[in-house]
Design a protein around this ligand. Structure first.
Ligand code: HXC
Length: 534
């Protein structure tokens, strides 16, 4: 027996050594934690149960038989985060560059299958040179087995990807299918084809960082949802993210004890909207004055900043917040904002998280680039996402709700359960300035003709002169239009708004509604699946 135990210790030590101290030291000097250190930081202390620790490569070509390392460079298993079971895999870059082999792909597939059976999240800690080159097509098969699981698990269990090193080639498509992607600054990058190939094919010169670093994917492409300073911050962010979401699509998100009065009134909300309706304000201030403890956990913070998405709690219940941001591009809906919000709405709906929408939107972004880029089909994604969502839906119109954007932003017509408006709400087909140009065009033309008839100069008016002549009339019509349409009462008369409320009482009204909606059950017509305009 002692011999057997000694052998077990030796084998464990061999597996835990990974690619050896030299390679580990190189990783450390680059600011990266080891795969095992990452798992330890991610999970509750002492909760990790490893599986497949002695699984070894099945490859024999290229000297692989002699180079076997127990575990084959991937650490897999399960543990707990805040006491709840999660499944995790971590790629160890010190073993063949964390590359994916037939054997270690099977380890990931095994934990994903178990996670699906028991209804627990899967977290991937990615740090890999991609498909193991020595194994050829069996490695590609391994990737595809994972992609299939990612897809089947989508909407059933939450899937989270941390990119903590390289993630290139087809390997990027696993994180892309998962629900949330985190990237570390300086040490991570993602791309389908790297700078060398790009230089050859398109003659563009670009660094890895510019092409697919954390800033690029958080700000420009929207591929990543979080950017963190280092591994430790990424792992802490995942732990926090999980406090807002349930373990699977049949559970409710965990409710926390709440010390913030659910009926708390915030008088400063009554004056938060600026007098001039074209003046910006920060919607984050509105959100934080309403949600528990003023805490908003923002997702996709650096991408499409004209819309805000993220999690918060209301009386201890996690909610998904979607909010136009008047401080950026006046809160207009463009392609990126629509796609960002649509994906978030669908996540919340899949995982039973109520949706809280704050609306101040002047409309969809005009422009050739937006139209040619497909704002029609991308904007439709957000419309579709809100329309199909069956979780409790609550909307607060703080100021503008114009045109198609009014319809899209969780309007009453999309089965939203509670639509509130502040007295500052302006709900109309378009803003008064634009509207009067169309509605009163004849009156304006007539006024110009009358002025022309008594104009002694005998030459047409300049544009500036026209504006001056029409200024009073236009101001009068804008005011008339504003008082007739740019208010919440026309919509409230129709029942499209359930109540016009004092802003200070928003928290109380929303919490009462969330209590009432706690047992909401709504189903869409049975179908194989819808056909969201992708
Ligand atoms: C086997 C690999 C490997 C791989 C790296 N290594 N990538 N071994 N298969 N894909 C090994 C190296 O041989 C080296 O081994 C160790 O990992 C560290 O690699 P370095 O190159 O020294 O590290 P670094 O300079 O940091 O460069 C990292 C890297 C580079 C940029 C990731 O290694 C690289 O370009 N690797 C190949 C990437 C690639 O083309 N992968 C295939 C992509 S296609 P030693 O023994 O020296 O420590 C793909 C298809 C997926 O993945 C398709 C899915 C459908």
């Amino acid at each position: 027996m002692p011999d057997r135990l000694r052998e077990l210790s030796r084998r464990n030590a061999e597996a835990e050594a990974g690619g050896g101290p030299e390679r580990r030291a190189r990783e450390k000097s680059a600011g990266k934690l080891s795969a095992r250190e990452r798992i330890d930081l991610l999970l509750d202390p002492g909760s990790f149960e490893e599986t497949g620790k002695f699984v070894a490569s099945r490859a024999t070509d290229f000297g692989m038989a002699e180079a076997r390392i127990p575990g084959d460079g991937f650490i897999t298993g399960h543990g707990r985060i805040h006491g709840r079971i999660v499944f995790v895999f971590a790629q160890d870059f010190t073993v063949f560059g964390g590359s994916l082999s037939e054997a270690n792909a099977a380890k990931i597939v095994a934990i994903m299958d178990t996670a699906l059976r028991v209804g627990a999240p899967v977290i991937g800690l990615n740090d890999s040179g991609g498909a193991r080159i020595q194994e050829g097509v069996v490695s590609l098969a391994g990737y595809t087995d994972i992609f299939l699981r990612n897809t089947l698990a989508s909407g059933v269990i939450p899937q989270i990807s941390a990119i903590l090193g390289p993630c290139a080639g087809g390997a990027v498509y696993s994180p892309a299918i998962t629900d949330f992607t985190l990237m570390t600054e300086r040490t991570s990058y993602m791309f389908v084809t790297g700078p060398d190939v790009i230089r050859t094919v398109t003659h563009e010169d670009v660094t890895k960082e510019q092409l697919g670093g954390a800033a690029t994917h958080n700000q420009i492409s929207g591929v990543a949802h979080f950017m963190t300073a280092d591994d430790a911050q990424a792992l802490a962010t995942i732990r926090e993210l999980l406090t807002f979401i349930p373990s699977n699509n049949l559970d409710l998100a965990p409710r926390s004890p709440c010390t913030d009065d659910p009926a708390r009134a915030d008088a400063s909300l009554d004056s938060i909207i600026p007098e001039a309706s074209n003046q910006p304000y920060d919607m984050c201030d509105v959100i934080t004055k309403i949600v528990d403890e003023g805490y908003f956990f923002e997702v996709h913070q650096h991408f499409a900043r004209n819309i805000l998405v993220g999690f918060a709690r209301m009386n201890g219940r996690p909610v998904g917040v979607v909010a136009n941001q008047p401080a950026v591009l006046a809160g207009v809906l463009d392609i990126d904002a629509s796609v960002k919000a649509a994906r978030f709405v669908r996540f919340c709906d899949a995982f039973n998280i109520p949706l809280l929408t704050f609306e101040d939107v002047p409309g969809f972004m005009p422009g050739v680039q937006q139209e040619h880029g497909g704002i029609i089909r991308h904007g439709a994604k957000l419309l579709y996402a809100f329309a199909e969502a069956t979780v409790p839906k609550l909307t607060v119109i703080t100021r503008k709700a114009y045109g198609g954007a009014y319809c899209v932003m969780s309007s009453k017509h999309l089965r939203t359960d509670l639509n509130l408006a502040w007295p500052t709400a302006e709900i109309a087909v378009m803003g008064p300035e634009g509207a009067v140009n169309i509605v009163y065009k004849r009156e304006f033309d007539q006024a110009l003709r009358t002025a022309e008839a008594v104009w002694p100069q005998g030459k047409p008016f300049s544009e500036a002169e026209k504006q001056a002549i029409l200024a009073d009339l236009r101001a009068e019509k804008v005011e008339e239009f504003r008082s007739r349409f740019a208010n919440p009462y026309v919509a409230a008369e129709r029942g499209y708004i359930d109540a016009v409320i004092r802003p200070s009482e928003t928290r109380r009204r929303l919490n009462l509604a969330l209590d009432m909606l706690a047992t909401k059950r709504e189903k869409n017509p049975p179908k194989k699946h819808g056909n969201i305009p992708l």
